[in-house]
Write a protein that binds this ligand. Sequence first.
Ligand SMILES: Cc1ncc(COP(=O)(O)O)c(C=O)c1O
Length: 442
Amino acid sequence: MGTEDLVARDLQHVWHPFTQHAVWSADRPLVIDRGEGMHLIDTDGNRYLDGCSSLWVNVHGHRVPEVDDAIRHQLDRLAHSTFLGLTHEPGIELAEKLLATAPGSGTRRLTRVFYAGDGSSAVEAAIKMAFQAKAQNGHDRPLYLHVAEGYHGDTLGAVSVGGIELFHHTYRPILLDTVMIPSPGLRDAGQTPADRAREVLEVARALLAREGHRVCAVVVEPMVQAAAGMLTHDTEFLRGMRALADEHGTYLVADEVATGIGRTGRMWAVEHAGVVPDLLTCGKGLTAGYLPLSAVLATEEIWGSFLGAPWQGRTFFHGHSYTANPLCAAAAIANLDLIATTGTLAHARHVGDRIGELTRGLEAYHGVVEIRRIGTMTGIEVRSAGADRRTGFEVCQLARERGVLIRPLGDVVVLMPPLAIGDDDLDTLVGTVDSCIREVLG
Ligand SMILES: Cc1ncc(COP(=O)(O)O)c(C=O)c1O
C-alpha cells in the first residue's frame, strides 16, 4: 500500500492523540513502517533517528533481538490469560525482578506489584489504593495534594492530580477534590533551585497544616516535571515532601512513569534524593518501549490494609482485561535483564553527560531561554515567536526534514533518545537539533 493512499485513509477515519486534526494534514503525516536500532523508517524508505524514544518509551532501540525473542518465545506458550484469580510465570517473575530494583529498606520497602496498562492507569490505581488504604484504616481522607505543572496522564483521576492548564482546565468541573502547591521547577530570576524548593515546601506545610487530616496522598513527579517541559527541581523538594507526608500521615506517591527504568540515569528518580515513596508508578520504558504495561509498587503496610475476609469489602476492586498480559511481561523481563547485564544505567548517565556537553554551545544562543536536563531527559526552551507561531514545532519539523524525529512541548524542544544510543547517533541528534534551533530562531 502506497504512502499517499495510507495517509488518505488515515485522514478519513483515524483520530490521533494530542493532535489538532484541523491542521494535521497540512503537517504532512509520516507513515512509519519499521524500526531498526535507533531509527524508524517510513513507507517511502526514509530513515529517521528516534530522538524522542517513540515518546519516551524506548530503551535499547528498535527490534532488539533479546526482546523480540522473549516475546516470540512467550507467544509460543500463551498470549494472554486473565490475572483475575489466576496467575502466570511471566507476571510472577517480573514482579520479583522489578521489586529487586525498587528503592527502600527496613520498614519502608516496596514489596508488592499491581499491574496496569498505561501510565495513566497505574496512576489511577495508585490514587485509588491510597484512598482505600486510608479508609480501611479508619480515616476519611478524600483529598489529594498535587503540584502545579504536574502531568500524570489523561484518565480522570490522573487529570485531577495534574496541573497543566492547557491540558487540564477543560475537565476541572468533573474532577476529584485536590489541593495544589506551586511547581518547584518554576523559579523567579536569580532564585536557586534549593530556595525555590524551600519556598514551595513552606506552601505545602501551610496547606497540610490546614487540610492534612483530609489528604490521603501527595502525588509528585520525582526530580523533573517532564510534560511541563522538563522542569527539574532540587532533591530537597522530594525530601521535604516525604517528611511532610509522614508528619501528616499521608502517603507519598512517586509517579515514575516518565522517569523510571533508568531515564534519569538511575533506575528510579527518587534515588537521587534518597527518598522511598509509599506507592511508585512506572510504565513507558518498562517493556523497553515495545508493549503497553505499567505497574504500581506498594509497601507492605498498604498491601496489608487490603487484607480481610471476602465479605469485609477490603478487596481492591480494580483491574483490567489485559492486566499483566504475558507478552508484555515477557518483554519487560527481557528489558530488565538487558538493563542489568549491559550496563544500561551507566550508559544512560554517559548519554546524559554527553548531551550536556554537546548542548553547552546552545546555552548562550540568543533564542535559547534555558536548557534543563536530568539524565537523558532534556528540554531546550526556545524564545517564543508569538501566539501565531509554533516555534518548538517549527524546530521539530525542520529536524524531521533532516532525518531526526523529536516532539516539542510548546516552546520546549525535547531530546530524549533511547538509553542505549551510541555516540555517533547522539552527535547527529544534538548537532541536527542545534542547527535547526539556530535556523528557526534566526
Ligand atoms: C509522569 C507521567 N505520568 C503518567 C503519564 C501517562 O502515561 P501514559 O501516557 O502511558 O498513560 C505520563 C506520560 O507522559 C507521565 O509523564
